[in-house]
Write a protein that binds this ligand. Structure first.
Ligand code: SAH
Length: 477
């Protein structure tokens, strides 16, 4: 039996932004969340969900375009998952992000909230990423527009040609890779490296990875460009072909002498994750140096570092300001990653204690402490909910300030209760998901008052939002 196609609602006037890239239209009292449209568009929407008082779907036909729209700057717009919001001017993106945080905070009806401070926009709206990861594929994914212009053979099989590609995944699909010619997210020589490597590989007849059959030589390409000028490249291969690998490494080394760390990694696993793989240093130094707020950070091929370095400095400055440090405080940096927030605030604290789940990140944090000759910051690996019990706080000092920067899921409730029990006078909550942050703030409201809120835009042209909240212990002078 053929599946019935989902219903289409016609001529919907989209009139507000909701969240996560979705906008809102209303039909007969029902709220419809629309993907792919912006306020001001008039669209037909194919529903994917249809409940009693709300529905969700995708814009499939445009009757009128919003006057807010601008022409996207990227040739890959519409298919690449990267900069999905370029049809809106940056000022509008900021306005909608500010409104989204405002809405999320308003949901916390029970708390008295201060007015939001204006969102801190990113000074650079293109070339702001320090790291990009590209994927090789034996079979390029063609857009409908590309297929429409193709000449199909009159006879014989009409399948699409197999052309290798190097670029990004189509959002949500593991096997569809689009060829990227120019990406605006990273400064040169990022595009030059990717494009020249692709040409070289094709001219030499090296195979591109086939994700369905799990074979092929060239698999992934990571490029990291630091604010210091350090340039790291890690080429990931699906086969250990020594001669080919050598040829590829020599090509990169001689074509791009500015590469300061050149790695290759052989990954024969079914997934692309490198956390359990061993990158091999072919040329240069084993790590890149990133600089943020006058501090230096060692970044290895597997290390995590905030992807927008300059805007991370803005985020950390707001965090530091909200922490109200005088130099006498014991500061906890929870979910600390490689310790960058703790290190950033360490010169205004008596002591910093960082906690993070990933052991390698804690090793990086310790290296970064040594690199910056910091004596008052200490880092511990473990699950925050398990590590941060009363004895831990007593052992390392009663917290004056707790900075917490959890992943999208927000804080574990056990940790929230521990923070409530520890009664640190100031808590600074840095979040990449205002919805879970709102939930946690509600719980913290038992003992804390929200005293400042400031959204930060780390990722222009995307729907991601970062939000920093300052909380003060109630009844504390
Ligand atoms: N504050 C850091 C990283 C924040 S990202 C920075 O600014 O760079 C969130 C971090 O939380 C990640 O490094 C992740 O590994 C860590 N994490 C996730 N769950 C955790 C848990 N249960 N306990 C400790 N750390 C956790």
């Amino acid at each position: 039996m053929r599946k019935k196609k989902n219903p289409v609602l016609e001529q919907l006037a989209v009139n507000a932004y909701a969240a996560g890239g979705k906008s809102i239209a209303k039909v007969e009292g029902k709220v419809v969340f629309v993907e792919g449209a912006v306020p001001g568009d008039v669209v037909d929407v194919r529903l994917s969900k249809n409940k009693k008082d709300w529905a969700e779907g995708k814009a499939i036909r445009f009757h009128a375009y919003s006057p807010e729209r601008v022409t996207p700057f990227c040739e890959h717009f519409g298919i690449c998952g990267g900069c999905k919001w370029q049809m809106l001017p940056y000022e509008k993106q900021l306005q909608y992000k500010q409104e989204e945080v405002e809405q999320q905070m308003k949901r916390i009806g029970k708390l008295n909230l201060p007015a939001l401070m204006p969102i801190a926009g990113s000074a650079e709206t293109t070339q702001y990423r320090n790291k990009l990861e590209f994927t090789f594929s034996s079979k390029k994914y063609f857009t409908e527009a590309e297929i429409a212009t193709m000449e199909m053979p009159e006879e014989g099989p009409r399948g699409l040609p197999s052309i290798p590609a190097l670029g990004f995944h189509v959002p949500g699909s593991f096997d569809k890779v689009i060829d990227i010619r120019q990406c605006h997210l990273q400064a040169e020589p990022s595009n030059a490296i990717r494009n020249q490597l692709r040409e070289h590989a094709l001219s030499q007849g090296y195979s591109f990875y086939d994700i369905r059959n799990h074979n092929g030589l060239l698999r992934n390409l990571m490029i990291r460009l630091c604010t210091t000028g350090d340039l790291m490249v890690n080429l990931v291969l699906g086969e250990e072909d020594k001669k080919a690998i050598n040829g590829l490494m020599e090509f990169l080394r001689t074509s791009f002498p500015q590469i300061s760390s050149l790695f290759y990694t052989v990954n024969r696993k079914f997934n692309d994750s490198l956390h359990d793989q061993s990158p091999v240093l072919y040329h240069g130094k084993a790590f890149a140096i990133e600089e943020l707020g006058g501090k230096r950070f060692k970044v290895g091929p597997k290390s995590f570092f905030q992807t927008n370095t300059k805007q991370a400095e803005v985020l950390y400055s707001i965090t530091k300001e909200f922490a109200l440090l005088t130099g006498n405080e014991v500061v906890y940096d929870l979910y600390c990653g490689t310790g960058s927030i703790g290190i950033f605030v360490s010169d205004k604290a008596k002591k910093v204690i960082g906690v993070e789940l990933i052991e390698e990140a804690i090793e990086d944090a310790k290296e970064n402490v040594a690199l910056n000759n910091i004596a008052n910051a200490h880092f511990f690996a473990g699950d925050v909910a398990a590590v941060c019990h009363e004895e831990f706080f007593i052992e390392h000092g009663k917290p004056d300030v707790i900075i917490t920067d959890p992943p999208r899921a927000g804080m574990h409730e056990k940790l929230v209760n521990q923070i409530l029990a520890m009664r640190a006078p100031v808590v600074v909550y840095v979040s990449c998901n205002p919805a879970t942050q709102a939930r946690d703030l509600q719980l913290l409201g038992e003992a804390y008052e929200v005293t400042a809120i400031r959204p930060v835009d780390m990722f222009p042209h995307t729907h991601h939002i970062e939000n920093v909240v300052q909380l003060k212990l109630k009844g504390n002078p």
